[in-house]
Write a new protein. Structure first.
Length: 369
């Protein structure tokens, strides 16, 4: 989900920025062409306006484009489309050579993600088509909104699978190079669950920008947080940093990991899963994992731990060994189901349960997802 949100967020921000970077007092047909050229240079992808265009200077300068398309990989459908976006500008900043966007609306943006036969994303590389000639630092956005957005997965046979719909968010930034702030974001996943989210960025430097992201599923009691650098590697997006996945219940479990996210896979290194108590972590399991972002996605995880004392953690002991087993069963049943299939390999030196020590435990578990 993080990967999809990042893709649509970055592309929408870039497109809306590119719409505001040419002079207003020009021939209208040339303005459309200039917009397409500047947006294409900024995104490194062909940008085309196929619908109506409109420019009003009074009482407040307003520009509107309909039918905006951002090209995907060769032979693939448009990566991103938007039915309409409209910007209301402030006049005074023009006297200082600046552009202030008072209000910007992006309606019905759709991000389409085609999959190849091997399940890899075919979004193509970004290749700048020419110089981008406007100072992004001189552009500010007081308020922007995205409404009725959607994210669609296109399978190799052409079948379209909705991943998210009803995407909406509010954005603002003192400068187009950041920091950006995203509030009141929400979307509906393909299974119907509503997820609220928010995000904030730093200032773009050396081709990268810091991105902090939080997600709050309405029906699943978990909180997802990520903090890292978003950049382009070989023309493709990359997001790496540290992520935290934790229970929304007090005293619940917590998973912390370094990560690297690219269009084809998610790598988790230095992963630590712990159960929290009032005195700190009751136990910790460490390891690493890789998630192949294919169709269907699949993961492999390798975990290990020091001795785990289930009697101390859940109660029980020699007098009532079944209590520990029942508590463990109840705890595992309360974990959210994994949305992807995969294999977990574990190596545990010892487990204390029912007053006994079970040593040298190793197993592989196939999870259906």
């Amino acid at each position: 989900m993080n990967r999809l949100f990042l893709s649509i967020g970055v592309l929408l921000v870039l497109v809306l920025t590119a719409a505001l970077v040419v002079p207003l007092f020009v021939d209208w047909s040339a303005y459309r062409q200039t917009f397409e050229e500047q947006a294409s240079a900024l995104l490194g992808r062909r940008v085309q306006v196929s619908g109506a265009t409109d420019l009003r200077l009074l009482p407040t300068p307003t520009i509107r484009f309909e039918g905006v398309e951002v090209a995907g990989a060769e032979g693939a459908p448009a990566l991103l489309t938007a039915e309409r976006f409209e910007a209301v500008l402030s006049i005074a900043p023009f006297l200082k050579g600046e552009i202030e966007v008072l209000d910007l609306v992006v309606e019905r943006p759709v991000l389409r993600l085609p999959l190849g036969p091997d399940g890899a994303l075919l979004i193509g590389e970004s290749r700048p088509s020419g110089p981008f000639t406007v100072d992004l630092a001189a552009i500010s956005v007081e308020a922007a909104s995205i409404s009725e957005g959607a994210i669609i997965l296109i399978l190799p046979d052409g079948t379209q699978r909705p991943l998210a719909g009803e995407v909406r968010a509010g954005l603002s930034a003192p400068s187009a190079i950041g920091p950006w702030r995203l509030d009141a974001g929400s979307l509906r996943l393909g299974d119907g669950e509503i997820v609220d989210f928010r995000a904030a960025t730093g200032t773009a430097e050396d081709g990268a920008i810091r991105l902090r992201f939080s997600a709050y599923p309405a029906q699943t009691p978990v909180i997802v947080e990520a903090d890292g650098a978003l950049s382009l590697s070989g023309g493709l997006p990359r997001y790496d940093g540290e992520a935290v996945l934790r229970s929304a219940m007090e005293g619940g479990w917590r998973l912390v990991s370094g990560f690297e996210l690219t269009p084809d896979r998610l790598r988790a290194e230095n992963l630590t899963w712990s159960l929290q108590t009032g005195e700190g972590p009751a136990f910790e399991i460490a390891g690493h994992a890789v998630v192949a972002l294919a169709d269907p996605p699949r993961f492999e995880a390798v975990l290990s731990s020091r001795q785990i004392d289930l009697d101390r953690l859940f109660g029980g002991g020699p007098a009532d060994p079944s209590a520990s087993f029942e508590a463990v069963r109840h705890f595992l049943a309360g974990l959210p189901p994994l949305p992807v299939q995969g294999v977990v390999s574990a190596d545990l030196p010892a487990i204390v349960v029912g007053g006994s020590v079970i040593r040298d435990i190793g197993f592989d578990v196939q999870l259906p997802g």
